[in-house]
Write a protein that binds this ligand. Sequence first.
Ligand code: C2O
Ligand code: CU
Ligand code: CU
Length: 560
Amino acid sequence: MREDGDGPGGARGVGRRQVLGIGGAFGLMAAAGLSASAALARRPPVTGAELRSAVPLPPAFQVPLPVPRVLAPAGTSGGADRYEITQREATLEILPGVRTPMWTYEGTFPGPTIEARRGRPITVRHRNDLPVPTVVHLHGGRTPASSDGYPTDLVLPEGWPGTAHGSGHGSGHGSGHGGHGGHGHAQGSAHGSAHGMSDPRAAPTRLTHEYTFPMEQRPALLWYHDHRMDFTAPAIWRGLAGLQIVRDDAEDALGLPAGPRELPLMIADRAFAADGSLAYPSLDPSLRERPGVREPYLAGVLGDVILVNGAPWPMHEVDAARYRLRVLNASNARHYDLEAVGDDGRRLDLVQIGADQGLLAAPVTHRSLPVAPAERYDVIIDFSAVPVGGRVRVVNRLGSGRTRDVMAFRVARRAADDSRVPRVLSADLPQWRRSDAVRVREFSFRAGRMRGGHGWLIGGLPFDPARSDVTVRLGDVEVWRLVADVHHPVHLHLAGFRVLSRRGGPPLPHDAGLKDTISLRPAESAEIITRFDGYRGRYLFHCHNAEHEDMGMMANLEVI
Ligand code: C2O
Ligand code: CU
Ligand code: CU
């Protein structure tokens, strides 16, 4: 592994190297209470620190698994389905008997699921009734830039200082007002944070924003979540996350388990304060001004309660049949290595049929399955060999104590099963070869200094919305080499990619298929290949450890 990487942009030369020299692995990791060498020597299974809940926690496998409700369109116009979502505070019962105020989409956590069809566009009109600005990103969506949820394209709540026409946020930096852009809505400088970073291209709106999703993409499990500059991690933690599923006729015709035998599983850890509220170590708990978390949590915030679809360690009754589990790790920082264990201690096969961006070419069987933040895995489990009354626990091999358990299934009855897992799942996976690439770029993902404190940097630099980092040409194939210090789940907006190599060798079995998030493990380097396709405009790539993302580990990706 090279000791230094090129900065965002890859080809910017000497100046960037010098910046990187200043920001290289040392000062920053020391600030997080780790030294680079210690972190690498330990190869820690987690990157982050765990909060302890101050309320009694329920026993595992008691609460039934909820399935998020499917949102009905508010209407249809010109072949597009129109949805409406209000973002608002709601008090939910996440732990039995405990009232937890949350920030929600439509009053639930997870938010309602949107069911979409490939090629049938949808619009979602979001209304922000929360006390702070928000912005929605559809993770995994092939979305025009104006609807991709850029972190400064804020939806300002009623009464928020400034106007959608000027500064989006209190501190009076007026640069970049008005003029250019020509979107249908107001322009302004809306710097997203209290440290005065301004973004001349920000496009804030007041109270509502209508997002357009063409859905010209492979069927896949996507998720929508908040993406506000500097405050994404606490906003997701408070509940701003929901699912969107894209389907098409070809996938429907495969005969995979469906209906009640297809379950979305949004896995997320949380911790609870004594008053029942969600605990989170924000420097500014109002999330209005000062971003960031308290020092012990700079590497990531972990909770001691594992939620699946918003329920703690739930239990789900199943038939003795095949099930399709559509797993999303919506945790801020926690990694999972999932296995399914029967009462006899035997592990059930996890037959992976899909990745972040949809079906694999052919199934891949795992005994355990690592799932990094924001990754999705589409998995078949066959319960037919489990005796009626038997239990199958889903456990996280990286957890300990209570966080080892995730959820459980109880086989309730024998049942007919006409589902199939075809040997060929899809034939439309892109097959880019290294020789197709017009460019190779390299990016380091490392701890560093930012605003005089600890940060997380890409190529030695913290995120700046006003800077141009990487410019790619629409249609170009590129290889990106990504190098990590600690765990960094790296996510690209817009473009799905394939994993070409890890540590100079072949990809791992779970790297199969089309991805939008790759889990870099400590001290690891990996290569991905993609074709920048779909839309021109300003996008992002970033670490999806949400705390790292808020502390600088994000960069601009401009498609021209
Ligand atoms: Cu799921 Cu830019 O994020
Ligand atoms: Cu995304
Ligand atoms: Cu990271």
